[in-house]
Write a protein that binds this ligand. Structure first.
Ligand SMILES: Nc1nc2c(c(=O)[nH]1)N[C@H]1C(S)=C(S)[C@@H](COP(=O)(O)O)O[C@H]1N2
Ligand SMILES: [Mo]
Length: 236
């Protein structure tokens, strides 16, 4: 079921079959909606009028509890074994253990979450390591234009380097002053506030820089490759 890359065996269980059904239904939604979104497109909002832009992207509704969405597997990660590997087209590949990761510069970022399933949660404060500080350390080569995230549950997702490098993107390990719980991707997850939340890989394990784009788990199942909520890049 999961396109894993060796990080763990997926067990076929009753729960697994239920999850397969859930995933199949999400794929079906993506198939149906991409036909609609092909004609729905509108101009992106004017980014020049700071503050003028509506805070809620089109087609979203606000929630006040944070839903949990994943493939149904919550990896149990011991901090002593946890590693974050950064590799691919970089001058200085890295493999940080938990203490090394905490020793990197830490930032706080306030941001809203927008999930493709139409919920938006306002005002999270994420704590962690800014992607810009990671870039400064690993130094991607000139040919590096895309980033692939791989997670401990076998999930993958892809973004252009320009999105990864946005000022508010980070690898977060805290949410509103607390460690991020395992159900929400702790010990550490990607957060890219400008994109639908499926691009924010939970339980991130490896960040790979490449010359070519490599669509991830949902991107090969009908989700839009770019995922900008202001352009409603949901499916297709
Ligand atoms: N590793 C991993 N990351 C993931 C997912 C997943 O299944 N596995 N699901 C994505 C999707 S579709 C969403 S909407 C968000 C949900 O994050 P949350 O459960 O913290 O709300 O995680 C994203 N990151
Ligand atoms: Mo999602």
């Amino acid at each position: 079921m999961i396109d894993d890359d060796g990080s763990g065996e997926h067990k076929v269980t009753l729960l697994g079959r239920i999850k397969d059904k859930l995933i199949a239904s999400k794929e079906k939604t993506a198939r149906e909606r991409r036909l609609q979104s092909a004609s729905a497109g509108g101009p992106p909002p004017d980014a020049s009028g700071a503050g003028a832009r509506d805070r809620l992207p089109p087609g979203q509704r606000r929630v006040d509890k944070w839903p949990v969405l994943d493939l149904g597997v919550t990896p149990k990660l011991d901090l002593a074994d946890w590693r974050l590997t950064v590799d691919g087209l970089v001058d200085a590949p890295a493999a940080w253990g938990w203490q090394d990761f905490l020793a990197l510069p830490q930032v706080d970022v306030a941001a809203d979450i927008h999930c493709v399933t139409t919920w938006s949660l306002y005002d999270s404060v994420w704590g962690g390591v800014a992607t810009r500080d990671i870039l400064e350390r690993v130094r991607p080569g000139a040919e590096a234009r895309f980033v692939l995230f791989r997670s401990y549950d076998g999930y993958t997702t892809n973004v252009p380097l320009s999105r990864f490098a946005e000022a508010d993107a980070l690898i977060a390990h805290r949410w509103n002053g607390q460690p991020i719980g395992p159900e929400h991707g702790g010990p550490a997850r990607v957060v890219i506030p400008s994109l639908y939340f499926w691009k924010s890989a939970k339980w991130v394990r490896r960040i790979t820089f490449a010359a070519e784009d490599q669509p991830g788990y949902w991107e090969v199942r009908g989700y839009h490759n770019d995922a900008d909520p202001w352009r409603e890049e949901r499916y297709g």
